[in-house]
Design a protein around this ligand. Structure first.
Ligand code: AMP
Ligand code: ZN
Ligand code: FE
Ligand code: FE
Length: 271
């Protein structure tokens, strides 16, 4: 099997790259994309672990962009790391400023927290703040932290610095990678049918068809768009690891057939 979407502790996942690779290997996955939010720092450890467990690592990233005032995620496969490193550092610096702004906002609301120290190359994300709120005793779970404070329409929500979907697609293409719209039906800033032509015009090369939060009808519609426009169809688990203290339960039902890897590589050769 093939999984073209996953997260590690370098962004908001709970498994290290090595733990993640070992987990998917024992579930029968033969190729895995490491697609952390705005960072590629997990690649090297994953590749080393993959060599040992027989898992081919597809180097990837998931860019957080803003479209129509809402968060839109662009997956990038096989980008040249030497070109992507500097722009991603800028994005992570923006995330750090945003994390501090959220901490300030929470303090104003009467919920002071201290942010955990995050290592070099780690993308500060809202789940880190949610965990800090649990640790401070303000909420009982991450779920509660999002529902009351951190979700997009809640009082402590702050956007990351602007970076358009167009910019994100151009960046991946400039780096020789394949830009793919991640989980299109999770986008809250417009209908898929309206946003898709704009992204296509900007240089999009694929759509994430299989995703745990997209149903049968939605997948069929996305596959039709891919077929009609000659785009790559991808899919993956978007696995973030288990909740702290829980055993890892990899959702292998959401992995896809391994032959998707050949199509991805063909698209790479054409990029
Ligand atoms: P960030 O990139 O910092 O905005 O954080 C995005 C991450 O937060 C997502 O990948 C999810 O893991 C998590 N997340 C976003 N919205 C919610 C929500 N409403 N409830 C729970 N988790 C969420
Ligand atoms: Zn995430
Ligand atoms: Fe995403
Ligand atoms: Fe993701």
């Amino acid at each position: 099997m093939l999984d073209l979407h996953s997260h590690t502790t370098y962004s908001d996942g709970t498994l290290s790259p090595r733990q993640l690779v070992e987990t998917v290997a024992s579930s029968g996955v033969r190729a895995l994309a490491i697609s952390d939010h705005d960072t590629i720092s997990g690649w090297d450890e994953a590749i080393a672990a993959g060599d040992e467990c027989g898992v081919e690592i597809v180097p990837a990233v998931e860019l957080s962009t803003v479209h129509n005032g809402r968060s839109l995620h662009i997956l990038g496969f096989y980008p040249d790391p030497s070109k992507l490193d500097a722009p991603l550092s800028v994005r992570r610096e923006g995330r750090k400023q945003r994390a501090w702004a959220i901490v300030d906002r929470l303090a104003e609301l009467g919920y002071p927290i201290s942010l955990p120290a995050l290592g070099e190359g780690v993308s500060p994300s809202r789940p880190h703040i949610a965990s800090a709120m649990v640790a401070a005793g303000h909420v009982r779970s991450s779920r509660e932290a999002f529902d009351r404070f951190l979700a997009d329409d809640r009082p402590a929500y702050i956007h990351y610095p602007k970076f358009s979907a167009r910019d994100g697609i151009a960046l991946i293409r400039d780096c020789g990678g394949i830009p793919v719209w991640a989980h299109p039906f999770l986008f809250r800033g417009g209908a898929v049918g309206e946003v898709f032509p704009e992204l296509l015009e900007a240089g999009l090369m694929g759509l994430e068809v299989a995703h745990p939060n997209q149903g049968k009808k939605q997948r069929a519609l996305l596959q039709e768009l891919c077929d009609a426009h000659g785009l790559l169809a991808t899919g993956g688990t978007d696995y973030h690891g288990p909740a702290p203290g829980k055993p890892a339960r990899y959702p292998k039902a959401n992995a896809i057939a391994i032959d998707g890897l050949d199509r991805l590589k063909a698209a790479r050769a054409a990029a």
